[in-house]
Write a protein that binds this ligand. Structure first.
Ligand SMILES: Nc1ncnc2c1ncn2[C@@H]1O[C@H](COP(=O)(O)OP(=O)(O)O)[C@@H](O)[C@H]1O
Ligand SMILES: O=P(O)(O)OC[C@H]1O[C@](O)(COP(=O)(O)O)[C@@H](O)[C@@H]1O
Ligand SMILES: [Mg+2]
Length: 501
């Protein structure tokens, strides 16, 4: 296992408190690299586009809600094609790997990386890595071209296969070096991006001309900074089907309860710091459906018994309406379940905490309660968790995946490396790894979005004021005096979580 080396972050300060959290470039450590004119300038599809190439100074603000006297704040480099590229098309030997859990849209991203490289930049050496990180050193590669990927966007899953665990940095970089690969596209979630970050560090330490690019994938929506991950929209849409079925079942039965379990799990890292456990799919599926009476997510603790508890609320809602729908994120109520059952903490191959099935436990607890109180109730339990991530991406995710993949390719061709390509405030950007890996996204229950959900379901918050967690306040950005512009570097915090093999 290679321990990540400390590296310097590229920070550019500008007037009015402007900060650019820039991404590394190959010339940062290979200053003599040759640049070429971008072959896109001769591409008939683009020659008519005004200002097709992105201006070198274009950047995208992280926060778009501002006060008139506030500092301009943090920005990211805008993604897109540059006038100069640092790879000759014939020289490029690219590879693509998919890691972690499935997510709708993986195949669309693979397809578009291949198409962008071959159709826009004339690259014809592209390899698929079979079965996640360990495929770099334990499996054969899969040659990819436009024909092979032609209709894969219509299929769920990933044609390359995926896995958890198996991240051996030295072996992976050896394989990249031995095969002469010089562009590495890594599609995966929070764990994968941490893996990409250490691969980039090792490549840089060895002084290789290899661009390492991350493409964020997460059905849990737990990757920070970006607006949302591809596949999330599809997953929420698919979850609607399960909620609709639950509603139909509930309505058709005396005191019917439709109970749906969705994905959204505890993160081990976040358990350590007692923070986020994302319940985004449950929250958005509930908001979209309007048929849900109660949404339970890990970020918002609840209790079963007594006044103000879940069981009391269920009884009340059944009396009022004769039926109800409950949506539960799989990470919710894990503490309640652990208290009532013998528990030992297990992990998957990537070090993620393995969850017990809270859906089965909670639905049984509800059944037991009604039986004990001799009240009639009909509960139908629906677990669509793997179904919602195995489907192909919907139209909007397909467009999103395509733009994301194109941006990733433009960046690598332009010589940028050590970045994740992501949508920030509706614009494609390049985000340095340390911003992606420093924390995880979670539902903030003191935000307006959760309040909107509570007012749409009219469920109790199950919280007193003292239960509301204090969210870490963001440090204010200190504005620089007008006109002052300085290039600065700061230490990047090393990746904290250890690699699990
Ligand atoms: N801190 C880390 N350093 C290096 N590799 C990691 C790290 N955490 C996870 N990985 C690797 O990333 C891959 C995917 O991680 P996982 O957590 O399973 O999925 P996801 O990336 O979708 O969150 C696995 O192969 C795992 O070994
Ligand atoms: O595929 P597995 O190992 O059963 O894991 C299921 C988990 O994967 C997820 O879909 C998230 O996966 P990632 O962390 O790989 O994005 C969770 O929602 C779920 O808890
Ligand atoms: Mg993950």
């Amino acid at each position: 296992m290679t321990s990540p080396k400390r590296n310097k972050a590229k920070i550019v300060n500008g007037p009015g408190g402007y900060i650019l959290q820039d991404v590394p470039h190959l010339i940062d450590y290979l200053p003599d690299l040759h640049a070429y004119p971008n072959p896109l300038q001769d591409n008939p599809a683009y020659s008519v586009v005004k200002q097709y190439f992105v201006d070198a100074d274009d950047s995208v603000p992280e926060k778009i809600v501002v006060h008139k006297d506030g500092p301009r704040g943090i920005h990211f480099r805008r993604a897109g094609p540059r006038q100069k590229v640092y790879f000759d098309s014939d020289e490029v030997h690219a590879c693509i790997v998919t890691c972690g859990g499935l997510c709708p849209g993986l195949n669309t991203v693979i397809r578009e990386i291949v198409s962008s490289l071959s159709c826009m930049y004339g690259v014809n050496r592209i390899l698929g890595i079979d079965g996640g990180y360990r495929g770099f050193y334990a499996k054969n590669t899969i040659p990819l071209d436009s024909k092979v990927v032609n209709d894969i966007h219509k299929r769920g899953g990933t044609i390359l296969g995926t896995s958890r665990g198996g991240h051996d940095t030295a072996k992976i970089v050896d394989s990249i070096q031995d095969r002469g690969i010089n562009q590495v596209y890594i599609i995966g979630g929070d764990g994968t991006q941490r893996g990409a970050s250490v691969i980039y560090e090792e490549i840089r330490r060895r002084g290789l001309k290899v661009a390492v690019v991350g493409i964020p994938k997460t059905i849990d929506n737990d990757i920070p900074v970006i607006d949302r991950s591809f596949g999330f929209d599809t997953a929420v849409e698919e979850a609607q089907r399960a909620i609709n079925a639950a509603h139909v079942e509930a309505e058709s039965n005396e005191n019917g309860i439709g109970f749906v379990k969705l994905m959204g799990r505890y993160s081990e890292l976040l358990l350590l710091i007692k923070k986020a456990k994302p319940g985004f799919i449950a929250m958005y599926a509930t908001l979209a459906s309007r048929d849900v009476d109660c949404c339970l997510i890990p970020e918002s603790p609840f209790y079963l018994e007594g006044e103000g508890g879940l069981l009391e609320f269920i009884e009340r809602r059944l009396k009022e309406n004769g039926h109800m729908v409950i949506v539960l994120a799989e990470g919710a109520g894990q503490d309640l379940m652990s208290k009532s059952m013998e528990s030992n903490t297990l992990e998957d191959a990537s070090g993620n905490k393995l969850l017990k099935d809270v859906g089965l436990w909670l639905s049984q607890s509800i059944k037991d309660h009604f039986k004990k109180n001799k009240m009639e109730m009909n509960l139908k339990y629906i677990d669509p968790t793997y179904m919602i991530r195995a489907v192909p991406s919907n139209a909007s995710d397909n467009v999103y995946c395509s733009l994301l993949a194109q941006s990733a390719v433009h960046g690598a061709m332009a010589g940028y490396t050590g970045y994740t390509s992501g949508l920030v405030n509706g614009r494609q950007t390049y985000i340095p790894y340390y911003r992606i890996t420093e924390k995880q996204n979670h539902v903030v229950i003191t935000d307006r979005m959760w309040a909107r959900l509570l007012s749409s379901t009219n469920q109790p918050s199950f919280l007193g004021p003292k239960d509301i967690p204090e969210e870490k306040k963001e440090l204010p950005v200190t504005p620089l005096p007008d006109g002052e512009k300085s290039d600065a570097v700061v230490d990047i915090p090393p990746v904290t979580k250890e690699v699990t093999k």
